[in-house]
Write a protein that binds this ligand. Structure first.
Ligand code: ADP
Ligand code: ASP
Ligand code: MG
Length: 422
């Protein structure tokens, strides 16, 4: 471990030139504390959404290679401007994109995983005392093709760079003061979690707490990299820490947080033959195209015609490609029809403390029933329960679940211990 901190600033933190100057101040502040600094930045404001919209205006299913060429440009603007802002204050800074560094990813477009990060140039610049400003979200394949890591992926760039450089910490600066029991924009009395474990944060991020990209937490866990989430706009607040384990002997709350995910669409493959190989065909076809599948339900076989339905959820962005694939394989799977439901949301409760604690699922279902909310699908793991509901009632469900599990800041004054110094 060395005296190096990696900082990451998201889109809202670099939304205009004044905010970029503010970020430069935070970077210099860290440098003045005696640390080497590598800064990872996202595209300014809603740039990536805007680029995406232009692509969709031109083609309904744009080529994923060209999408990556387009989307990766956003971060290029931020790194150059931030580097200039740091230099304008008399500090030595250099901007670098993924190609210049060698952030090597697998050969997959729009959701590539990082395989390796070359550290020679980074180390050279650090040894010269430079602050390095790195473009998040982007990568490059061994063959020199530009890739991106998936929406929100700059968090993962930052943690991967911190791990590759053996940094002492990775600080994620964003537009809220840390990770809360739920999205504080939807539930204003959400409580800030002072310390969260990698496992709980991974579950929370995977079910929609998009304050962190799930793969950034996965990488932090793998390399045991302490992650701090804090506000770009209030440096007095030290945010929160995500690390290996709680210091308490036994976790006392059954549920740590609740989340909603509006990014999914449900596909129901209706009336497929109830015979071996059908599910395998559907899911290997999707997997071969790197389409991840979430909750899966297969209905009982209907005895009169020996068919069943297979329902599952995928990301909305993968829907056009998935439909093309279903057209191709339908001769083999013989589905009567494919039903799409895109007005859905997934609400989830997460907590390591729910293991072996009866009644947690019952409380969740009861809370939704009291709001007259119909549950369309349920999936569970040891530390999570998710229900698929109509999108229009999802935020009401979130608020009610947050209340039912006593997560409001009026109920729990302090969540977990003091924030340790690292
Ligand atoms: P950035 O541009 O900095 O990457 P994001 O928009 O990706 O920021 O993530 C920050 C947002 O995450 C917050 O504005 C908040 O609305 C949302 N969010 C969702 N769940 C949570 C949670 N549990 N705690 C904090 N923020 C959350
Ligand atoms: N700019 C990318 C996005 O909007 C990556 C990121 O912000 O993390 O998804
Ligand atoms: Mg983000």
């Amino acid at each position: 471990m060395r005296n190096l901190v990696v900082q990451k600033f998201g889109g809202t933190s670099v939304a205009d030139t004044d905010k970029i100057k503010n970020v430069a101040n935070s970077v210099i502040r860290e440098k003045k504390l005696g640390n080497d600094v590598v800064v990872v930045v996202s595209a300014m404001g809603h740039t990536t959404d805007y680029l995406m919209k232009m692509a969709k205006d031109i083609s309904e299913v744009p080529s994923s290679r060209e999408l990556d060429m387009l989307l990766s440009t956003g971060e290029g603007v931020s790194i150059a401007l931030l580097s200039m802002a740091i230099q304008a204050q008399g500090y030595d800074a250099v901007s670098m994109n993924a190609m210049q560094i060698g952030i090597i990813t697998e050969n997959v477009h729009t959701k590539a995983r990082i395989i390796d990060i070359k550290t020679d140039k980074l180390n050279k610049y650090l040894s010269e005392g430079k602050i390095i400003v790195v473009a998040g979200f982007q990568g490059v394949t061994e063959d020199g093709e530009i890739t991106t890591l998936g929406r929100g992926g700059s968090d993962t760039s930052a943690v991967a760079i911190a791990s590759a450089l053996d940094a002492k910490r990775c600080d994620i600066y964003t537009d809220v003061e840390g990770v809360y029991t739920t999205d504080p924009r939807i539930v204003p009395n959400a409580s800030k979690l002072d310390v969260v474990t990698y496992d709980e944060m991974l579950e929370l991020a995977s079910v929609g707490a998009n304050v962190l990209h799930p793969r950034s937490v996965e990488t932090a866990k793998q390399f045991n990299m302490p992650l701090r989430v804090r506000s770009s706009f209030n440096l007095e607040n030290r945010g929160n820490l995500i690390k290996g384990e709680y210091d308490d002997m036994e976790i006392c709350r059954p549920v740590t947080g609740v989340a909603v995910d509006m990014s999914k669409v449900r596909i129901v493959v209706c009336d497929v033959p109830d015979e071996p190989g059908v599910a395998a065909k559907i899911f290997t076809t999707l997997a071969d195209e790197h389409i991840s599948v979430d909750t899966i339900i297969q209905s009982y076989a209907r005895l009169h015609n020996n068919t069943n339905d297979i329902a599952f959820t995928i990301n909305k962005t993968d829907l056009p490609r998935a439909m093309e694939l279903f057209d191709k394989i339908n001769d083999e799977i013989k589905a009567d029809k494919i039903h799409i439901d895109d007005n859905i949301a997934k609400v989830s409760i997460v907590g390591a403390g729910m293991i072996d604690r009866p009644g947690v699922a019952a409380t969740m279902f009861d809370t939704l029933a009291n709001l007259n909310i119909n549950i369309k699908m349920i999936s569970t793991s040891e530390v999570k329960i998710s229900c698929l509901v109509d999108a229009d009632v999802a935020n009401d469900a979130l608020r009610a679940l947050h209340k039912a599990f006593n997560l409001g800041c009026d109920v729990i004054a302090t969540v977990k211990g003091d924030l340790p110094n690292i």
